[in-house]
Design a protein around this ligand. Structure first.
Ligand code: ADP
Ligand code: MG
Length: 298
């Protein structure tokens, strides 16, 4: 097991009568890109706000770097939590100088150049913040979070509101930052975003943890197949008789099934042995998508 960066135990948060977080437990290890996935209102922002000390939990505990909740930890965590706020009339460099001073840094000009280059804004260093696109504003916020070179980056919906190019740029930037050895925790309601960059994922629905683990493990627990037959109800009725075969849902006249079998040919044979001849059989994308459908449809 790798070095533990964050450990959350039974974290719970009530806002008056809303239970936003219901006994969340998970562990993040060094070097992971850890995705918190869930629809709007599932408790992602609440979790991050608690972890960053901006909100108190109702009960439960968490510990950064094995140090509990020491104030000092915060210096080692860069965060992008909401639409970034900078001085509109100051340029990129001057805004970062303000941040560097707030962070108590000295000799920061070299580092400012480094982080602006890192987020691809060095060419625009003298443009005023108010002239930036949303994607540039988000990247400046990442630069700001990187200034004092923290070990961990916490990002809440970093691609929210960005156009496709902005999304791709942000995604690549996150991957590059991870390659430098930083641990990244990213909250998103977009499956695609999590799937494309995360190594690990926790799936939340209504404040409850549905699944947690390495992305490839969650995606490949079982193989999924879409099957159809002339007599759909006969097909449906044999599925649950078959060992290792489970009905998941019906999608446009086809049945989604999960199976311990990985070969389509074997699935075909099992049905044939039950007297069902499939008129359609194909592999379906793996489990993360089904879990995702479950959370967004619930
Ligand atoms: P997410 O980030 O996954 O969209 P949030 O953590 O923002 O979810 O919200 C989780 C739940 O808590 C939602 O039901 C939301 O309405 C509720 N909630 C969030 N912030 C507050 C607040 N300040 N007061 C009352 N309810 C809140
Ligand atoms: Mg949120």
């Amino acid at each position: 097991m790798g070095e533990i960066i964050l450990e959350i135990k039974n974290l719970r948060k009530n806002y008056a009568d809303v239970l936003a977080l219901d006994s969340l437990s998970l562990t993040v290890e060094k070097g992971q890109i850890f995705g918190l996935l869930g629809p709007n209102g599932s408790g992602k922002t609440t979790t991050l706000a608690i972890l960053l000390g901006a909100l108190n939990a109702t009960s439960g505990s968490f510990s950064w770097f094995g140090n509990g909740t020491k104030d000092d930890n915060r210096k080692n965590i860069g965060a992008l939590l909401e639409t970034p706020n900078f001085y509109p009339y100051l340029n990129a460099v001057d805004n970062l100088i303000v941040v560097a001073k707030i962070k108590g840094m000295t000799d920061y000009m070299g580092r400012i150049e480094e982080v602006l280059r890192r987020v691809n804004l060095w060419e625009r260093k003298t443009s005023r913040f108010r002239t930036f696109s949303l994607g540039m504003k988000q990247r400046l916020a990442i630069a700001s979070a990187l200034l004092n070179n923290p070990d961990v980056m916490v990002l809440d919906e970093p691609t929210n509101g960005l156009d496709p190019l902005g999304i791709t740029e942000m995604r690549n930037l996150i991957l590059e930052i991870a390659e430098e050895g930083k641990t990244i925790i990213i909250a998103s309601h977009i499956l695609d975003e999590i799937e494309k960059i995360c190594t690990h994922v926790a799936i939340l629905r209504k404040g409850k943890l549905l699944e947690v683990g390495p992305l490839n493990q969650i995606m490949s627990q079982e193989q999924l197949f879409l099957v159809k037959a002339v007599d759909l109800s006969a097909l449906k009725s044999v599925i649950d008789d078959l060992l290792d075969m489970h009905f998941v849902r019906e999608i446009d006249g086809e049945l989604l099934i999960s199976s311990g079998l990985s070969e389509a040919a074997n699935v075909n044979r099992l049905f044939a042995e039950k007297g069902i001849y499939l008129s359609g059989l194909r592999e379906y994308r793996k489990n993360l998508e089904t879990i995702f459908l479950e959370i967004v449809e619930a």
